[in-house]
Design a protein around this ligand. Sequence first.
Ligand SMILES: [Zn+2]
Length: 117
Amino acid sequence: MSGAYCIACKNKYGPLARCMFHRFPKDIERCKEWALLCHRPNLAYMEPGVCYRTYRLCSAHFKPTQYIGKRLIDNAKPSIFNWSNSSQIDNKTNLTLEPEEIKRLPSQIKGEHFYLR
Ligand SMILES: [Zn+2]
């Protein structure tokens, strides 16, 4: 049931959810970008439609400037993460990027939003 939670913080979505949940973008490049920002680089290599159908990111990861009303802007990117509280995510998948993968990252991800460990 991986689809029942926000992939970055394990907020559960459903009728009682206190935040909004957003599908991954259908666009392959933006989907990849979200995956990397969420520390889930493995998702970047899935077919974009799969991420769109399966994974959600909750509104806790988006700044208010990423919204128009209750909708995300077209090129919205998640930028608020608290990884120290979600070490169980880190343990489940190997999130360490190999140098080869880092080279393949789009340049904007290497910048302010993406922190390599
Ligand atoms: Zn979340």
